[in-house]
Design a protein around this ligand. Structure first.
Ligand code: IMP
Ligand code: MG
Length: 181
């Protein structure tokens, strides 16, 4: 077992449950894109494990590209402004783009990304997020697939971090509160 497990207060979603749900999402997404060749747009870094597992379940040919964004911080958060740290390698005009996210919290990141990407005229733009915290939503974003709705707790693992740690845990866990202090 992973050494850092002692920092986990509770396992919220087990490895088995994650893998089963990703398989299900893969089937639904493959059906939705039948006859097409979507571009999976992974938002770094939290979505990398989800992306890697999701890709392996897809039965349609697909490409991947990456974007890295960061929030401007509390002062400008309500405006929904995010900073692009890394843009896509290729234009998305005319492509069927599927944004692959780790978690939707306030919704600001995805709302901003969606607007930015729609301006680039993709053929279609859909969103899959592994996790969603509905209680925290500040802006509405149309999400096509949600893996799990979770309570308002800070979670780590399966790609999600706290201060760049715990991304390697194979499950979704709740971080012990004393770790924040
Ligand atoms: P939003 O713009 O508030 O929806 O923030 C989404 C981003 O915040 C996610 O892509 C994550 O990087 C981060 N985030 C939100 N909640 C959590 C959490 O519980 N654990 C780890 N990262 C989180
Ligand atoms: Mg993220």
């Amino acid at each position: 077992m992973k050494q850092l497990q002692s920092d986990v207060a509770e396992v919220l979603i087990t490895e088995e449950a994650l893998q089963a749900r990703v398989q299900e999402l893969g089937r639904e997404i493959s059906a939705a894109y039948a006859g097409k060749e979507p571009l999976l747009l992974s938002v770094l870094k939290g979505s990398i494990l989800f992306l890697a597992d999701l890709m392996r379940t897809l039965t349609v040919p697909h490409a991947v590209d990456f974007m890295a964004v960061s929030s401007y911080g509390a002062a400008t958060e309500s405006s929904g402004v995010v900073r692009i740290l890394k843009d896509l390698d290729e234009p998305i005009e005319g492509k069927d783009v599927l944004i692959v996210e780790d978690i939707i919290d306030s919704g600001h990141t995805l709302a901003y990304l969606r607007k930015l990407l729609l301006a680039r005229n993709p053929a279609s733009l859909r969103i899959v997020t592994l996790l969603s915290k509905p209680a925290r939503r500040e802006v509405d974003v149309p999400v096509d697939w949600v893996g799990f709705e979770i309570p308002d707790k800070f979670v780590i693992g399966y790609g999600l971090d706290y201060a760049e740690r715990y991304r390697d845990l194979p499950y979704i866990g709740v971080l012990k509160e004393h770790i924040y202090e």
